[in-house]
Design a binder for this molecule. Structure first.
Ligand SMILES: Cc1cc2nc3c(=O)[nH]c(=O)nc-3n(C[C@H](O)[C@H](O)[C@H](O)COP(=O)(O)OP(=O)(O)OC[C@H]3O[C@@H](n4cnc5c(N)ncnc54)[C@H](O)[C@@H]3O)c2cc1C
Length: 462
């Protein structure tokens, strides 16, 4: 935690920056102490709201001069605690930098500031017949800066890839205050090291993005969505890999297990009787006929592997209700038990049935409810451990550790989209060797020699 004198010196330096808003009232500091990770409360000592790259540079210079830590903050929808100021200091909130600078139909690109809300960008480009595919389920909250830092994904990433596949270039402000233009504005380009690739997914530990150039696609002309009920989660999980092995590539293939279904059934959406799990499949393409043919093929393969039926959404309203039900799973699980940890592990698709069965067995053995749902098409499962209160916490920690060990044993990874941040840093060494972790630590220090930017994240304690 920084001293009052250090913070006073930072304030004094920033007073010279015209119009830069600073806040340290208790309400603001408390709010900025939380995100969606359930990691606890880590309030910063000062929150700054820059509006320009030059202001971000000024904040970094003032903090570097005083040795005060800086934590970049977007919308605080993060699920790994990346925006929490674990060492106090300054929270650098980028939500006021919220301009869509340009959208080019001719070049299929958009240039945005980091505080643009994802849904705002999606709507803006769709109105022009363009498409920005990455679609985390927090689209109405999260910022593009947060998406870039976490390399966010979502249901559509099965077909279209994750945020990293859409970032062409960015303005990268280093902890020293220096601003670099990295990457390009063209769709292709291989000059030099892939610094954009390094920045995307660096979880706010290597610098701050103040302007981002994104790749767009033409908006698909036809989209169809279907619900496929199964008697058991094992059957649904098997159908996921069978569908993809049959050469069908839906844009989304989401799985909900029995616990997830039970949490949302009857709340705006009623599932068919006798169903123990569902898949939500969405297919897109250039024509209705082509999309229908693809969905028919998907339905046939799924039926051969236990799908009870294929219920096709008849219009936009039905599609939206289905996706609203999917989005309701996370809050509905919290209504079952007051607390939960929501993991985002990934396993090879062929191992999904085994992974789900073993996670459930961990829950049964430890007396905890484990729900699994998520982007099963790309093997990315949200395994949620539900619990009632702090007394159960040691047992929950044990369950999380076992889930991570099983994941790595099955050839998977501990995080598919939420990032390591604070919540998973103790598990990183399950997946990565000491030399790989050490190399990343050295990279961190190269970009941030004073280790003032978002300290205490990503790497296990030495
Ligand atoms: C209901 C719900 C559903 C979700 N669904 C998904 C999902 O489907 N897929 C998915 O991937 N995630 C999902 N998330 C997690 C979260 O929304 C994403 O990680 C999102 O990208 C975080 O964006 P944010 O603006 O809230 O960033 P924050 O939470 O504020 O910050 C996240 C990280 O980004 C860093 N950061 C923020 N802005 C910048 C910047 N400009 N430059 C450098 N670093 C920066 C912060 O330091 C921090 O480390 C979900 C969250 C919720 C609450």
């Amino acid at each position: 935690v920084s001293s009052a004198a250090q913070l006073q010196a930072v304030r004094a330096a920033l007073a010279a920056v015209d119009g830069l808003e600073l806040r340290d009232d208790p309400g603001t500091l408390t709010d900025f102490g939380h995100d969606e990770s359930d990691q606890g409360s880590f309030p910063p000592q000062l929150v700054v709201f820059p509006r320009t790259t030059a202001e971000v540079q000024a904040v970094f210079r003032a903090c570097a001069a005083q040795g005060v830590p800086v934590t970049p903050v977007g919308a605080r929808s993060g699920k790994s605690g990346g925006s929490l100021a674990v060492a106090g200091g300054v929270a650098l909130c980028l939500t006021r930098m919220d301009r869509i600078v340009s959208v080019s139909r001719a070049d299929l690109t958009a240039v945005v500031e980091p505080g643009v809300i994802l849904e705002t960008l999606q709507r803006t480009v769709e109105a022009e017949g363009l498409f920005y595919p990455p679609d985390p389920n927090s689209a109405d909250l999260c910022t593009l800066g947060g998406n870039v830092a976490e390399n966010a994904g979502g249901p559509r990433c099965l077909k279209y890839g994750v945020t990293r596949d859409y970032v062409l270039g960015l303005t990268w402000v280093l902890p020293s205050g220096e601003a670099l233009e990295v990457g390009r504005r063209t769709i292709k380009g291989v000059a030099g090291y892939d610094l954009v690739g390094l920045f995307v997914g660096s979880e706010g530990t290597l610098g701050v993005a103040t302007r981002i150039t994104l790749k767009l696609l033409p908006l698909p002309r036809a989209v169809m969505t279907a619900l496929l009920p199964f008697a058991s989660v094992a059957a649904a999980a098997t159908a996921v890999s069978e569908v993809l092995a049959a050469g069908v590539l839906p844009r989304c293939l989401e799985l909900l297990d029995d616990v997830a279904l039970g949490a949302i059934d009857g709340q705006g959406f009623t599932f068919p009787p006798g169903c123990g799990a569902v898949l939500i499949a969405e297919v897109d393409g250039a024509s209705q006929e082509g999309v229908l043919a693809e969905l028919t093929r998907l339905s046939e393969v799924a039926a051969a592997h236990g799908a009870l039926e294929t219920l096709l959404a008849q219009d936009r309203d039905q599609r939206e209700r289905l996706w609203a039900a999917r989005r309701a799973v996370s809050p509905a699980l919290r209504a079952l038990k007051k607390f939960k940890f929501s993991e985002d592990i990934v396993v090879p698709r062929s191992r999904i049935p085994e992974a789900i069965a073993r996670f459930k067995a961990v829950g049964a053995e430890l007396g905890l409810t484990v729900a699994t749902y998520g982007h099963a098409g790309d093997g990315n499962l949200h395994t949620n451990v539900l619990y009632s209160g702090p007394a159960e916490r040691p047992c929950v920690e044990k369950a999380l550790e076992r889930i991570m060990c099983i994941t790595v044993e099955l050839g998977g990874t501990i995080t598919g989209e939420h990032g390591v941040g604070l919540s998973k840093k103790r598990f990183l060494s399950l997946e990565q060797s000491p030399s790989v972790i050490d190399l990343q630590r050295r990279l961190k220090v190269f970009f941030d020699p004073q280790v003032l930017l978002n300290p205490g994240k990503m790497f296990p304690e030495p």
